[in-house]
Design a binder for this molecule. Structure first.
Ligand SMILES: Cc1cc2nc3c(=O)[nH]c(=O)nc-3n(C[C@H](O)[C@H](O)[C@H](O)COP(=O)(O)O)c2cc1C
Length: 190
């Protein structure tokens, strides 16, 4: 049986080589809201590290607070060129400061400036003022420090479903479930 993280890497690579979308790393992150409503938004998948899926962003954002409240989350990929969907459920853990620094360094100057000055999800008094501050920060051309609040999550999968979409609707669905540290595979009906 092929291990699911290996299958994920193969599928992702296949999509990346032929993808024509600007952000092929986009993935839908679903969380459980403090109001018990599920909540979903796209984020950028960074990489698999220590058998976990890494995403980044501010911890004081809605998603950050929701994950703090309830650490079980879902990631959903839809890859248009290869017509494949991957659904992942797992447990999220905050990144270490060391890894957060690494990911912050990889961001463009613009992204770093936005992250350092924008309080993601808070109401804006004046977008123009905020944009001016960001432009000023960029023009200073000095090293931008990672805000303490900017980090990310490492999501350890416990269930992964791989679907090959078929025009006939006779989709191929393979479900991997983790039990006692071992992955078990089931073939699902379409
Ligand atoms: C393609 C795409 C990629 C995105 N990547 C990220 C990301 O990596 N991190 C992030 O915090 N927000 C990212 N966003 C913005 C989120 O969709 C969202 O607006 C933001 O994280 C606030 O969500 P929240 O209020 O639920 O915390 C991305 C949006 C899109 C459309």
């Amino acid at each position: 049986m092929k291990q699911p993280l290996l299958l994920f890497s193969e599928w992702y690579k296949e999509e990346l080589t032929i993808s024509r979308v600007e952000i092929p790393s986009a993935v839908c992150l679903s969380t459980m809201g403090v109001d018990q409503f599920p909540n979903a938004r796209f984020v950028s998948f960074k990489e698999i590290k220590d058998s976990s899926f890494v995403i980044t962003g501010p911890l004081q954002s809605r998603k950050g607070l929701e994950i703090e409240y309830h650490n079980k989350v879902a990631l959903t990929f839809w890859w248009t060129e290869t017509a494949r969907q991957v659904r992942i459920q797992g447990v999220a853990t905050k990144l270490s400061d060391e890894f957060a620094e690494e990911y912050f360094k990889q961001r463009s100057l613009m992204s770093q400036a936005v992250s350092s000055l924008s309080k993601q999800g808070k109401e804006a008094d004046s977008l123009e003022e905020l944009e001016k501050k960001i432009q000023k920060k960029i023009s200073e051309n000095t090293k931008i420090k990672r805000p303490e609040d900017w980090s990310g999550f490492s999501i350890k999968p416990t269930r992964m479903e791989f679907m090959e979409f078929k025009k006939s609707r006779f989709h191929n669905r393979k479900l991997y479930e983790l039990d006692n540290n071992k992955w078990h595979l089931k073939q699902l009906q379409p």
